[in-house]
Design a protein around this ligand. Structure first.
Ligand SMILES: Nc1ncnc2c1ncn2[C@@H]1O[C@H](COP(=O)(O)OP(=O)(O)OP(=O)(O)O)[C@@H](O)[C@H]1O
Length: 357
C-alpha cells in the first residue's frame, strides 16, 4: 500500500529567503506531529504540501500520486487533502451542515446518498450532537468549531488531513479533550494526518510519529517515546522535555563522570568528552548536608510553580545551571543551599571539543 504522504528533498522559501532546507518525510498512516519552535518553518511545510506555497526543489506524493515534481505541480484543490487551519476558518454565513457539505461533490450533496446523511455521519464521527447542524459558527464554542472544521475536512474522504495548530486557541482542558476527539475521528475515518504544533505535550500524547523541526530541517523523525527517551542530538534533548546539558567524560562504556558525580548511561558510548542530557524529572533536589553522597552542592536560583509541580533552577557550585522538576509539596526557596542528584540513566552525546572535567 502506498504511503499517505511521501516527501523527498523538499525546499521552499519566500523571495530569496529559504525556509525549508531539504525535507524528507514518509507518513504511512496515523498522526505525524511536526514539532518545533516558532518560525522554524512548520506552517510553510504544511502550506507547501497543501499546494499554497510553490517549492523550489523536491517531490511530494499523496497516496502514491506525485503532486509536486520538478516544475510540475498539481493545484491545491486537486490534491485530495483535507486542511484544518488554526482558527477552523468556518464560513460564518453558512450553518454547520452547509459548512460540512461544502467540499462534497454535487452527487454526494444531492444524490441518493444525500448531503444530510453525510453531514449526520460526520457530526457523529467528530462526536457532536446532530442538533448542532442548523447552528451558525458564532453559536458554537471554540472546541465545537474545531470539530466542525475537521468534519468539513474529512467529509470528502481525504487520504491525508493537514492540521495547522488546530487547538492553539482553546484553553488547556478543552485542548486536551478536543485533541483526543480529533485523533479518534481521524482513526475512525482511516485518514492519516500531519499535525503542526509547538506544544510538546500535544505532539507526544497525540501522535504516532514526531518530526522535530528546527531551522527548516528535521532533526529527528521517530515515535514519541524514541524522540523523548533517545534524542538524536542535544538540540532535540533540550527542546523536548527541557533537558539540561551537562559536560561529562565517559571512562567505562556504561557510565560518565560529570559535576553531578558518576551517572549511568542509557546507551554505551566510546570513552571521551560528552554532553549529557539530564531531564528535569531526573534531577532530585535534596536538603543540604555535609554528605557528598547526597549529591553535588548547589544554590537555588529561581522557581516556577505550576500547582501539580514546580521547576526549580539551581546553580551547581561548579557553575553549571540545571532545571529540576520537583513535587509541589517540597519546593525550596530561591537562595537555599541544596544538594543535587540524578535518578536513572542519561543520554550521552559525543563532544570532542569539550574539556576534560
Ligand atoms: N508569507 C511570507 N512571506 C515571507 N516570509 C514568511 C511568510 N510566511 C512565513 N515567513 C517566514 O518564514 C519563516 C517560517 O515561518 P512559518 O510560519 O513556516 O514558521 P512556523 O514554524 O509555522 O512558526 P509559528 O509556530 O510561529 O507559526 C519565518 O521566518 C517567517 O517569518
Amino acid at each position: 500500500m502506498s504511503a499517505a504522504l511521501e516527501i523527498h528533498g523538499l525546499e521552499a522559501g519566500y523571495g530569496r529567503t529559504p525556509v525549508l532546507l531539504g525535507i524528507d518525510l514518509v507518513v504511512k498512516d496515523g498522526v505525524t506531529a511536526i514539532l518545533g519552535p516558532s518560525g522554524c518553518g512548520k506552517t510553510t511545510l504544511l502550506r507547501t504540501v497543501a499546494g499554497f506555497v510553490a517549492p523550489s526543489a523536491g517531490t511530494v506524493s499523496v497516496a502514491g500520486s506525485e503532486v509536486v515534481s520538478g516544475r510540475r505541480s498539481v493545484p491545491a484543490r486537486l490534491r485530495g487533502l483535507g486542511y484544518v487551519p488554526q482558527d477552523g476558518a468556518l464560513f460564518p454565513h453558512l450553518d454547520v451542515a452547509a459548512n460540512i457539505a461544502f467540499g462534497l461533490t454535487a452527487a454526494e450533496r444531492g444524490g441518493s446518498y444525500g448531503r444530510t446523511d453525510r453531514v449526520a455521519e460526520m457530526l457523529e464521527l467528530v462526536e457532536l450532537p446532530s442538533a448542532l447542524a442548523q447552528r451558525y459558527p458564532h453559536e458554537l464554542s471554540g472546541g465545537q468549531q474545531q470539530r466542525v472544521a475537521l468534519a468539513r475536512a474529512l467529509a470528502p474522504r481525504p487520504t491525508l488531513v493537514l492540521l495547522d495548530e488546530p487547538f492553539s486557541s482553546l484553553d488547556a482542558s478543552l485542548r486536551e479533550d478536543t485533541g483526543r476527539a480529533v485523533v479518534r475521528a481521524l482513526r475512525a475515518a482511516g485518514a492519516a494526518a500531519l499535525l503542526v504544533t509547538h506544544d510538546q505535550g500535544e505532539a507526544l500524547s497525540l501522535a504516532d510519529q514526531v518530526a522535530v523541526m528546527m531551522g527548516g530541517a528535521f532533526l529527528q523523525v521517530a515515535p514519541p517515546a524514541t524522540v523523548y527517551l533517545s534524542p538524536a542530538e542535544p538540540r532535540v534533548a533540550s527542546f523536548l522535555g527541557h533537558a539540561s546539558l551537562v559536560d561529562g567524560y565517559v571512562e567505562g562504556d556504561a557510565e560518565a563522570r560529570c559535576a553531578l558525580g558518576i551517572v549511568p548511561l542509557r546507551m554505551t558510548c566510546e570513552p571521551g568528552a560528552v554532553r549529557l542530557a539530564v531531564r528535569a524529572e531526573q534531577i532530585q533536589i535534596r536538603p543540604h548536608s555535609a554528605d557528598r553522597a547526597d549529591g553535588a552542592p548547589a544554590e537555588v536560583v529561581d522557581i516556577s510553580f505550576y500547582g501539580h509541580d514546580a521547576t526549580v533552577r539551581v546553580r551547581l557550585d561548579s557553575g553549571e545551571q540545571l532545571s529540576a522538576r520537583t513535587p509541589a509539596t517540597s519546593v525550596p526557596t530561591p537562595g537555599d543551599r541544596v544538594r543535587v542528584g540524578v535518578v536513572g540513566d542519561v543520554v550521552a552525546f559525543r563532544d570532542d571539543a569539550a574539556p576534560r572535567p
